[in-house]
Ligand binder design. Structure first.
Ligand code: NOJ
Length: 533
């Protein structure tokens, strides 16, 4: 029987754009929508068909756009609604799809809803946010801590109550138990879906409902001083509450009013909890983001085990996905080094499931040291001794060796890596052996080989150096061999593997070579072999 081909969000690679840092078109040092439009041909050349853009809505920028003051407009820094319409049209013209960032858990404290809500206790919008009295002993309502430092409760003098904020005090959490909030947000989703947006990446989906009784969180026995201060407690009662799944399901129903739209959930949870976000009968999030490659130590056995655990935990009909970088985490190149980052890219692009690439990773951009006086990220500013600023992985895209790496003719909002004259798109495009051409090759291979998109994942072998697995689809069979260490390693194939051709390799000179029998890999080497038998 012919097996079914998959939908666009299952077949294609997702590319995350951090809009402040992609391309500036109006010389203010900050990226914008016209800048993105001017780079769509590049993305098309790279083989990208799906673009996710971090928030572009009006915002006081306390958390760089994740504090929204109007859900249905565009921040003037990025352009206007006409620029947005043009961007969407240009994306669709190229047969590409657009995923917007949706931030439903919290608004900015400058959002008109919050301004109303805090104006008096009997304002109709009071119950749109989470207001609470202090404890009788004069203490905070409970011991919940904010992600960016300090307690999660902010005292409001005017009405004499506290409000809850999981992140900054400038980002009050909405009360998703309130049906009016739900309807307002669903209508906002429809606004963008009516425009033709293809999907949403939903910010902190697992935060959206908190325990109704605001129970104290347990103390984290494993807390260490280098960790973010909010890790002092375990987030048992302020996140991942059972009722969140009803909300996710309702959001899914809104998407299902339209053809072919999708929703990704940003969720940092262990696998068994993460997969619940696919929802009953897979009617929840299409893709609950799987961040294991970001969070696990770079160790072949640990990663191989995690892949198997994830594959095994997926509900029926659930489609997997993998992420190697985003705007909240150190870049892969800085975590494992450039050579291993290429092995990691091969893993990302050959595993079963939708891969997400973070802008700049395709040219091996690394975290840029930002002097203390230039730190912008509130997470870095609020916990200055912990090196938690996310700025280093948010620096401007390195397009060329021109001033400011071709990102802007003005001083960029964040400094650019000093290596930009060597590490940039223009230079790497010309070099067949560059990281960029390597990424492009892997993306093309994935697109041209149904086995790499749809095939079964079968783990073959893992030890403390290497991971080996196959991808099988109809008559095609691929072997992927990855050396996650710097030392050579040796693979003894099973009887199944008679001989094959190397279709992609971290050292590109191996491509097209025939191999059979035992296989030796150099340190930091990976190969994708099409098995002939
Ligand atoms: C997750 C986003 O990815 C991050 O950048 C942001 O700071 C928090 N959510 C709060 O919205």
């Amino acid at each position: 029987m012919q097996q079914q081909e998959h939908l666009w969000w299952q077949k294609e690679v997702i590319y995350q754009i951090y809009p402040r840092s992609f391309q500036d078109s109006n010389s203010d040092g900050v990226g914008d929508l016209q800048g993105i439009i001017s780079r769509l041909d590049y993305l098309q050349w790279l083989g990208i068909k799906v673009v996710w853009i971090s928030p572009i809505y009006p915002s006081p920028m306390a958390d760089f756009g994740y504090d929204i003051s109007d859900y249905q407009d565009i921040h003037p820094l990025f352009g206007g609604i006409r620029d947005f319409d043009q961007l969407l049209a240009e994306i669709h013209k190229r047969g590409m799809k657009l995923i917007l960032d949706l931030v439903p858990n919290h608004t900015s404290d400058q959002h008109p809803w919050f301004i109303e809500s805090r104006s008096s206790k009997d304002n109709p919008k009071r119950n749109w946010y989470i207001w609470e009295n202090g404890r009788q002993d004069g203490n905070l309502p409970n011991n919940w801590l904010a992600q960016f430092g300090g307690p999660a409760w902010e005292w409001d003098e005017l009405t004499g109550q506290y409000y809850y904020h999981a992140f900054l005090k400038e980002q009050p959490d909405l009360n998703w138990r309130n049906p009016d909030v739900q309807n307002a947000m669903f209508n906002m989703m429809r606004f963008w879906l009516d425009k033709g947006v293809d999907g949403f990446r939903v910010d902190v989906m697992w935060h959206m409902i908190k325990h109704a009784d605001l129970i104290d969180n347990p103390i984290n026995p494993d807390y260490k001083p280098h960790m973010a201060t909010c890790e002092q407690v375990l987030h048992v009662f302020n996140t991942d509450q059972p009722e969140v799944h009803d909300i996710v399901h309702k959001m899914r129903r809104v998407l299902d009013e339209y053809d072919d739209r999708m929703m990704i959930g940003e969720i940092y949870l262990p696998i068994h909890k993460l997969v619940a976000y696919y929802g009953y009968d897979s009617k929840g999030a299409h893709l609950p983001f799987n961040f294991q490659l970001l969070t696990l130590p770079w160790n072949a056995i640990a990663i191989s085990n995690a892949i198997s655990e994830y594959e095994g935990a997926l509900p029926q009909k659930a489609w997997p996905n993998w992420v190697l970088g985003n705007h909240d985490q150190p870049r892969i190149t800085s975590r494992v080094g450039l050579d291993q980052a290429k092995v990691a890219a091969m893993l990302l692009l050959t595993l079963r499931g939708t891969p997400t690439i973070y802008y700049g990773d395709e040219i091996g951009m690394r975290d840029v040291p930002i002097p203390f006086a230039e730190i912008q990220d509130p997470q870095g500013l609020n916990m200055p001794d912990k090196n938690l600023s996310r700025d280093p992985s948010r620096t401007p895209m390195q397009w060329s060796g021109n001033p400011n790496a071709g990102f802007s003719i003005a001083k960029p909002w964040l400094r650019i890596d000093k290596n930009y004259k060597v590490v940039n798109v223009e230079t790497q495009k010309k070099d067949k052996t560059s990281c960029l051409n390597y990424y492009r090759k892997l993306i093309q291979l994935r697109q041209s080989e149904p086995a790499l998109r749809n095939g079964d994942y079968r783990p073959l072998y893992a030890d403390n150096q290497m991971i080996a697995f196959t991808r099988k689809w109809e008559g095609d069979n691929f072997l992927v061999l990855l050396n996650l260490s710097h030392r050579p390693c040796y693979y003894k194939p099973s009887y199944e593997m008679l001989s094959g051709i190397i279709m992609a390799s971290t050292s590109m000179e191996l491509e097209g070579q025939k191999i059979s029998g035992n296989i030796e890999l150099s340190g930091d080497e990976g190969i994708v072999v099409k098995i002939e038998s």
